[in-house]
Each structure stands twice: as structure tokens, then as C-alpha cells.
Design a protein around this ligand. Structure first.
Ligand code: NAD
Length: 348
């Protein structure tokens, strides 16, 4: 396996060291060659060189089997240009249309909800990853004046909506799930989200045995807190998926626990923890590395290394069961010590 590693900024660097430790341990235990190539793309690199990524950067990424990213975002880069080029740019240029975000509580004590535990918090969110409001189409007129007009367009295409909804149903079918829920705001956004309604009806009709339901996104935000046990698979657009998976992170015990994949099935895909670069925590050996480490499990699973992925998940569960965690989830260890523990537990 040839994997590009972009540690990025802030705690992205801290958690990436631990994710790499775990991948190296997987390589040793399973006798696999995992070749890691570190790319320096980050705020530091941008501020020093003026380059966010090289002109052939996306082409470089396509040469790898997968890409691992820590996090991008630095207060010194106020327009977030490097993060947009590296992360959003990769999503668009590599056409990583599936944002795969499992939400699985690993221990009852981490639940933020009264009387809800592991059996209630276990579902997968598929967020459309190449369209919506993130395409940055629009403009500002009379910027900086009291007459300013700002337009930000939301793009929904038949192809884009169809492929993410189909992916959610395929995932449900392959994993024995019986329910897929689509969330939109078609009551208020009557053009773009009418397309989501139409495509959801069309695709769901092709999957016998899977119950297709719909919720408006505001209702879903409420139900995710009140009754998360009703969900198995959720599919939604780019913006709504971004927001509800932060709720998902909280349901898992905190943002530091959440993993994600940016996937184009069969092509180079990119894996990253859901959290950002959390500048106040950077370099202090306090960031929780579990979201990053679980992202390596998604990477391994996507590349077909199921036993290896499972071994990573088992090792993470052991760390949680034995309380060998960072303080955000009740432990007393630092980032490095958690990574060491999990790396040692691989295959044990
Ligand atoms: N995918 C990405 O790279 C990504 C995602 C979100 C935000 N960002 C960027 O990150 C920067 C900071 O953004 P933010 O503060 O809104 O979000 P953030 O996820 O970086 O942090 C929010 C809060 O969550 C907690 N947290 C997050 N990750 C944690 C971890 N691993 N361990 C323990 N606690 C953790 C911290 O309390 C932190 O203050 C911004 O520049 C933003 O643009 C990047």
C-alpha cells in the first residue's frame, strides 16, 4: 500500500504521528508493506513558500492508493486558502463524492445522552462531498458597504445526487441494514431539494427490503439527540452532512473520536479525522488521536484490508475499555501515550 500523509496544521500534526504509528504496527503485525510518503503541505509550508500545493499536486495524490490527512486550518492564514486548496481541492479534483462518516459509540460511559448507550448510537452518515454550497460559486457586490450583496449558490446535479444516494443504498444492502433515511430541506429549498426528493424515490424503489424514509434536516438535528437509535444509514447533502456529523461526533463522546473517509470507489481516496486543527490544543500532547486512528481503519477497510481494519478497531476499543485515553474522554494519558498503547495492542 502506498499512502500519502499530509499532517497539516495544529493538532493535525499531533494526531497524525499516532495514526502513522498504528499503520506501521499494522504493517509489522500483518506482514504488509505500507509505504508512507510525508507531504509537507500545510500553513507553515504556504507561509514559507507561497505555495499551497504544487501545480501537479492533485496528480501526485492520484499516484497513491490512499491519502491520510491530519487537519488543516491556521489562524495566520485568515482566508483559509491553503486548507481550501488542499482539502476541498482534493475532494473536487479527485472527485471524492462519498463522505463516509460512521457514528458508533464505543462505550456507554462516553454517551452525552441520558439513558442512551452503544445500542442506540450506531449509524452511518453519507454526506455528498463534491457539490452543494461548497463549490464556492457566487460573488459579492458593493463589498464592505452597507449595500453589500453576497450570493452563494448551491449546486445539485442529477448525477451528483444519484451517485451518493445509490452509494448509501448499496452500503445498506452490503451491510445488512434495513433502513436508509434521507435528510433535506425540500419544504423551503424547493428547487435543489426537489431533485433530492425525486432521486431518492427513484433509487429507493430499486432496493427491496430496505425501508426508505425522509426527514427535514432540522427535525433530524432534533431526533439525533432525542432518538438516535432510529437510524442505520443517513444520506444528505454537503452542508447538512457537515453539520450533523459534528452532532455525530458529540454522540460518540466528542469530536476527537470521529473518523471519516472521502471516497471515490475504486480510486485514490482520502481519510481524515472529522475534527479540525484545534489551535489552542496544538503541540501540547493533549489531542485525542482516536478519530485519526479510526480513520486509518476506514482507509484499510476501503483498500480491502478488512482484518487489519478490524485489528485497529479492536485495539481502540481496548484503549477505551482500559481507560487508556486522553482527558477529553476521561483518561489521564497524553496523545503520544494513547498512540503507543493502541499501536502495541494491534493483533494482540
Ligand atoms: N477537516 C479539517 O481539516 C477541518 C475540519 C474542521 C475545522 N477545520 C479548521 O480547524 C481550525 C479550528 O476549527 P474549530 O475550532 O472550529 O474546530 P476543531 O475541530 O479544530 O476544534 C473544536 C473543539 O473541539 C475539540 N477537539 C477537536 N478535536 C479534538 C481532539 N482531537 N481532541 C480533543 N479535543 C478536540 C476542542 O475542544 C476544540 O477546541 C479552523 O481553522 C477550521 O477551519 C479543519
Amino acid at each position: 500500500m502506498k499512502i500519502a500523509v499530509i499532517a497539516g496544521d495544529g493538532i493535525g500534526k499531533d494526531v497524525t504521528v499516532e495514526a502513522v504509528k498504528v499503520l506501521e504496527s499494522v504493517g509489522k503485525v500483518f506482514g504488509r508493506t505500507i509505504a508512507l510518503e510525508h507531504l509537507p503541505w500545510s500553513a507553515d509550508h504556504y507561509l514559507k513558500t507561497g505555495e499551497t500545493l504544487p501545480a501537479n499536486g492533485y496528480q501526485m495524490l492520484r499516484e497513491f492508493d490512499a491519502v491520510f490527512v491530519g487537519a488543516l486550518g491556521d489562524p495566520r492564514v485568515t482566508d483559509n486558502r491553503h486548507a481550501r486548496d488542499i482539502l476541498l481541492g482534493s475532494r473536487f479534483e479527485l472527485d471524492l463524492y462519498v463522505n463516509y462518516r460512521p457514528v458508533r459509540l464505543l462505550a456507554d460511559r462516553l454517551s452525552p445522552l441520558k439513558d442512551r448507550g452503544r445500542k442506540d448510537i450506531n449509524f452511518t452518515v453519507f454526506r455528498e462531498n463534491t457539490e452543494g454550497v461548497y463549490v464556492s460559486i457566487g460573488g459579492r457586490f458593493k463589498a464592505g458597504t452597507d449595500d453589500e450583496v453576497a450570493i452563494q449558490e448551491e449546486i445539485n446535479t442529477y448525477k451528483g445526487v444519484h451517485r451518493i444516494i445509490r452509494h448509501a443504498f448499496e452500503f445498506a444492502q452490503a451491510n445488512g441494514h434495513t433502513k436508509v433515511c434521507m435528510a433535506d430541506k425540500s419544504n423551503a429549498m424547493q428547487q435543489g431539494h426537489a431533485l433530492w426528493q425525486r432521486v431518492f424515490k427513484e433509487v429507493s424503489a430499486q432496493y427491496d427490503g430496505i425501508t426508505a424514509t425522509h426527514q427535514y434536516i432540522d427535525a433530524m438535528a432534533m431526533f439525533l439527540v432525542k432518538d438516535p437509535g432510529q437510524y442505520q444509514v443517513i444520506v444528505t447533502n454537503n452542508l447538512f452532512g457537515d453539520i450533523i456529523t459534528d452532532i455525530g461526533g458529540a454522540l460518540q463522546g466528542g469530536l476527537g473520536m470521529a473518523a471519516s473517509g472521502n471516497i471515490h470507489p475504486g480510486k485514490t481516496s482520502l481519510f481524515e479525522p472529522v475534527h479540525g486543527s484545534a489551535p489552542p490544543l496544538a503541540g501540547k500532547n493533549v489531542a485525542n488521536p482516536i478519530g485519526a486512528i479510526l480513520s486509518t481503519a476506514l482507509l484499510l477497510e476501503t483498500l480491502g484490508a478488512r482484518d487489519e481494519a478490524q485489528a485497529v478497531e479492536v485495539a481502540v476499543e481496548a484503549a477505551i475499555a482500559e481507560g487508556r485515553t486522553t482527558t477529553d474522554i476521561g483518561g489521564a494519558l497524553g496523545t503520544r501515550e494513547v498512540g503507543d498503547f493502541i499501536a502495541r495492542k494491534i493483533g494482540v
